[in-house]
Design a protein around this ligand. Sequence first.
Ligand SMILES: Cc1cc2nc3c(=O)[nH]c(=O)nc-3n(C[C@H](O)[C@H](O)[C@H](O)COP(=O)(O)O)c2cc1C
Length: 328
Amino acid sequence: MKFLFSILRLFSPEIAHSISLNGLKIVHNLGLINFFTSKNTHLDSYTLNNLTFTNRLGIAAGLDKNGDFIDSLGALGFGFIEVGTVTPLAQDGNPKPRIFRVFKENAIINRLGFNNKGVDYLVKKLESRKYKGVVGVNIGANKESKGDKRITDYVECFKKVYVLSDYITINISSPNTPDLRDLHSKENIYNLLKSLDSQRQSFNTKKPVFLKISPDESPETLQIILDAVREFNISGLILSNTTIDKSLLQDKSFLNEAGGLSGEPLFNKSTQLVQSIKQLDPSIPIIGVGGVIDKAGYVKKLDAGADLVQIYTGFILKGPDIISELLD
Ligand SMILES: Cc1cc2nc3c(=O)[nH]c(=O)nc-3n(C[C@H](O)[C@H](O)[C@H](O)COP(=O)(O)O)c2cc1C
């Protein structure tokens, strides 16, 4: 497996991504997935917000934006899968190149910009999934949507995926959609969460709704977010998205590269955010994500107060082996 991943490093990041996920899907369809997973079934169930997770490790949003790989990722042994970010309309995202791997520092910079096939495509994938585990859907706004149209974008996605998902994540924290992070401000977050809360009241069943925030916010903004979370019945926080602070990288040649930084350099910043939020409100459920690339990081993230942990960059760098490394 390590050998295969060394070869994939020779390809451009997006080609490597496509080869590995489509390869995984073929292997899964052929019934050969067990060759890529450990014999251990990673059963260590955990209940949060009335959902039962088979274990506490999930795949973070962005890897399977369109829900094309839910069954194959599920078969690898993740305790839950988050798909998206999805927007109402399909969009191409930013021009390429838009993903940069910094292998020496176990890091990635990306400025994809919510490239996805649109919510109606994802709905079909959710309907046809066979995976029985927890699937969350991460929703966002189209790049061209401005002002109140952004809120309608979130509401549209929310309505369409609500009954088909186990939880929904409101993503206000991608640095790659212009002004999206403005949604952390008081007026914007209240307007957005109020609209989604009233939409949620119209459904008979109550699904957990998480808010995914940026690691680059001030203590004042965090307090505003926490107040809004309590006021509009948000079930928990996902901490965090990528950081725009490229000074966390030792390689200074990336200092001016636009995009969000993930992987090992993000670990301390995102883990401190988990700790701070836990101190401010110990009752709030947290999904911790950012820089987990080994067992020590996984344990530290849980110790900091995360109920569940997600990975993205660690999975890209190490492949499916990382699941056993973290959970066995
Ligand atoms: C290439 C790439 C694409 C991403 N796309 C999304 C996305 O669409 N939505 C989202 O909420 N987060 C997205 N993320 C952020 C991850 O979900 C995660 O929050 C972040 O990468 C930190 O975790 P990590 O250090 O384990 O990668 C993306 C990250 C990467 C590297």
